[in-house]
Design a protein around this ligand. Sequence first.
Ligand SMILES: [Zn+2]
Length: 346
Amino acid sequence: MKAVYIEKHGTLDEIKFGNLEPPRCKPDEVLVKTAYCALNHLDIFVTAGWVGLKLEFPHVLGSDGCGEVVELGSEVKNIPINVGDMVTINPGTSCGKCDICLSGNHNFCTKFSIKGEFERGTFAEQFTVPAANVLKIPEGFPLDEAAAAPLSFLTAWRMLTTKAQIKTGDFVFIQGGSGGVSLCALQIANFFGATAIVSTSTEEKAQKLRESGADYVINYNEDPDYPKYVFKEITNRQGCDIVVDSVGAATFPTSLRMLKPGGRLVTCGATSGPIAKINLNMVFWNQLEILGSTMSNQREFREVMNLVFEGKLKPIIGKEFPLSEAKEAEKYLDSGNHFGKIVLKI
Ligand SMILES: [Zn+2]
């Protein structure tokens, strides 16, 4: 089968397109014939590698993907999935058998992994995934959106609902508003009737963010002292209830500064670096909460995808490439010039 893979870590030029053996369906898995897959920053981090990441090469990249079920594993029974169904996936996999998985928190399982991270991914003509991770796509729903939605939306959903307890009327500040998870967080803030304030780097992106539902857009290049404006003008000297920050080192101290007493900072990543200097006086005096979040459990995945399927949340597709041009697609993602998800058509 055709696949996008790496044979060693390095720059994005290590990404290859060629023939690999198709995956074999394990007893608890289904085999999917891919229709679309979608890019995430994780692909770039995995290509570069990190200390402790030990992969079996050739390693197929890709976390998000959808397609047609072509085979059910021997132990896959009593689930509403059949051969021929079009499905999308929760990219977070686990053992499915331990006490933690059975309690509904599979993203805390010691075997928790993400497709394309510690295991072979979705950027191929076929991929396998545990049957517990697949969800049927309603007839007529666009397949590019079905592939693009899961990782970003389930991450943003858990961050804002389970973790930060978003409610109507909240002021929600989203750092780096045009990133995959941030665009989903913006839609979820709108869905709950919160006031969404987003930061971005260019006027072009600012305009697109306004069109995507942002109540306020901050261009941090033009206004580096934007926390004052947010505090005085937007929140009427209250501060924000929630800050969504997946930027990390570059923004973390500012994010904390913008919170009201009792406010919540929720983080799912650190694209600018993982080591941040923060003022602990501010944390305890204002009783701030710093909440980490990774992916979602199966319940949250289904909740958010049902809203996507109902059209209440809508994946924004930025650009489509053929699978054979995955390297160019990853370079485009890495350039930061994209807006919305980048998808690969098989
Ligand atoms: Zn488990």
